[in-house]
Design a protein around this ligand. Structure first.
Ligand SMILES: Cc1cc2nc3c(=O)[nH]c(=O)nc-3n(C[C@H](O)[C@H](O)[C@H](O)COP(=O)(O)O)c2cc1C
Length: 348
């Protein structure tokens, strides 16, 4: 069987050498200034040497009150962008692409005194209710996403992802359970989609035309009065008409606990659905740890990219091994690795 996972994939002017992407994962290893440090540099660099086609950064907060924790990275200053540029240069020197994930934690910020949300409704008892965002706050959030996108372009990132899932600010605006506003940002679906779409428009207006824009969506919130399938179908169509190039599909998490069933590839049915509805390529995640499953997903057209999280935390070199299992050629980032990946001969 010819591998489908180890085939190139193009979005706008960016070509990936295979379909495996490191999914954004917050390491809680930064420092108060939101700057990249040596631990995180090495963490990402190791994955760049392991054979992935693209690396997604963990959440990069667009403003300090948008951090999940005090140890998040940020992209609200030019110094932070310069720090990240060093990583971008290294990753690209390995033939690997890298995207910045722009995020705002909203009511899920653990920095409780500054947290904002669509309404003063708590995510849980520990975090407590956020301040209800004023219209000035909303304008500021949109502008912070725009400025962060400009910094990501200056740092040389290949692509950008807007994080609008996992219970964070843009997901909260879409979900009635977190959004009880009665102004033009709450109520009807059109109103609940307004902030996410205004962020997309602001970001796309400054993000270079030749570079792809990804959107991490929540496909469904499972009977929690969160995002319904109808909501995310409608949103996906709006994203397609506003210059989003790929939808990265998540499900659940507007409230604590995941109400869906978990099994290898558990989020792929949502990626499949939104791919059909929107006509856009999709990425899927969710306990994908076997090359056969990845081949089935890509080969059957249920998703275009495999965003891999915990599998790559366990083993940064998983793609090199998986390529061998799939009988595919993978250009090694350091050619001498071939002496360890076989066919095995005497070392010395
Ligand atoms: C430690 C950890 C941190 C995560 N941080 C982020 C994050 O910063 N941004 C995000 O969009 N998703 C985050 N996620 C979700 C992952 O990107 C991914 O969607 C999820 O883990 C499912 O994929 P997997 O089963 O391959 O790990 C995180 C997941 C883990 C395990």
């Amino acid at each position: 069987m010819v591998s489908q996972v180890f085939t190139p994939f193009t979005l706008r002017g960016m070509t990936l050498r295979n379909r495996i992407v490191m999914s954004p994962m917050l390491m809680y290893r930064g420092q108060d200034d939101g700057m990249l440090n040596e631990h995180l540099y090495v963490h990402y660099a190791a994955r760049a040497l392991g054979g992935v086609a693209m690396i997604g950064t963990e959440v990069l907060a667009v403003e300090p009150r948008g951090r999940i924790s005090a140890r998040d990275l940020g992209l609200w200053s030019d110094d932070q962008a310069r720090g990240l540029q060093r990583l971008v240069d290294f990753v690209q020197s390995c033939g690997v692409r890298i995207f910045a994930q722009l995020a705002h934690a909203g009511r899920k910020s653990h920095l409780a005194e500054t947290a904002i949300g669509p309404s003063a409704i708590a995510y849980d008892d520990t975090l407590g209710p956020p301040s209800e965002a004023t219209l000035a706050d909303i304008r500021e959030v949109i502008d912070k996403f725009r400025l962060a996108a400009m910094r990501a372009a200056a740092a040389g990132f290949d692509a950008l992802e807007i994080h609008a899932a996992n219970g964070y600010l843009l997901h909260e605006f879409l979900a009635p359970v977190a959004n009880a506003r009665s102004d033009r940002y709450g109520g009807s679906l059109e109103n609940r989609m307004r902030l996410p779409l205004e962020v997309v428009e602001a970001v796309r207006s400054v993000w270079p035309d030749e570079k792809p824009l990804l959107y991490r969506i929540c496909a469904a919130d499972f009977g929690t009065n969160g995002v319904s399938e109808e909501d995310s179908d409608a949103l996906a169509l709006e994203l397609a008409s506003r210059g989003v190039d790929l939808i990265d599909v998540q499900a659940g998490n507007i409230l604590p606990g995941f109400a869906g069933t978990v099994y290898p590839g558990y989020q792929t049915p949502y990626a499949d659905r939104l791919r059909k509805v929107s006509g856009l390529p999709t990425a899927t995640t969710g306990s994908i740890a076997a090359i056969d499953l990845a081949e089935e997903i890509v080969g059957s057209g249920r998703a275009d990219l495999i965003f891999m999280g915990r599998t790559l935390l366990r083993d940064p070199f998983w793609p090199i091994r998986a390529a061998r299992e799939a009988g595919a050629e993978l250009e090694l980032p350091i050619a001498t690795y071939a002496r360890a990946t076989g066919p095995f001969e005497r070392g010395f």
